[in-house]
Design a protein around this ligand. Structure first.
Ligand SMILES: [Zn+2]
Length: 87
């Protein structure tokens, strides 16, 4: 709840994927990153394309069993392409 984007996402219930901009179903496999919520497939595809390796995904704290978070690194935080914020 420390970010504006998080509160708007929780109110909608189904956030838009930051990768493909389609809604992420509540219990679909998904990755919650600092830059937004992604379908797991979208996140992995983007990550592999950008870094040439698969992301290390961890279970998201407080999330359901299909929610993951990426092990944060400087690389991910610098990812300008996915850093765009929903206005
Ligand atoms: Zn997606």
């Amino acid at each position: 709840m420390d970010k504006q984007s998080l509160s708007s996402i929780s109110m909608k219930g189904a956030p838009a994927c930051a990768g493909c901009h389609m809604l992420v179903a509540r219990y679909a496999p998904q990755v919650v990153a600092s830059t937004g919520t992604y379908h797991r497939e979208c996140f992995e595809a983007w990550y592999v394309g950008r870094y040439g390796k698969r992301p290390s995904l961890l279970a998201a704290k407080g999330g359901h069993r299909h929610a993951f978070r990426v092990r944060e690194s400087n690389e991910v935080r610098e990812g300008g392409e996915v850093g765009e914020r929903a206005a």
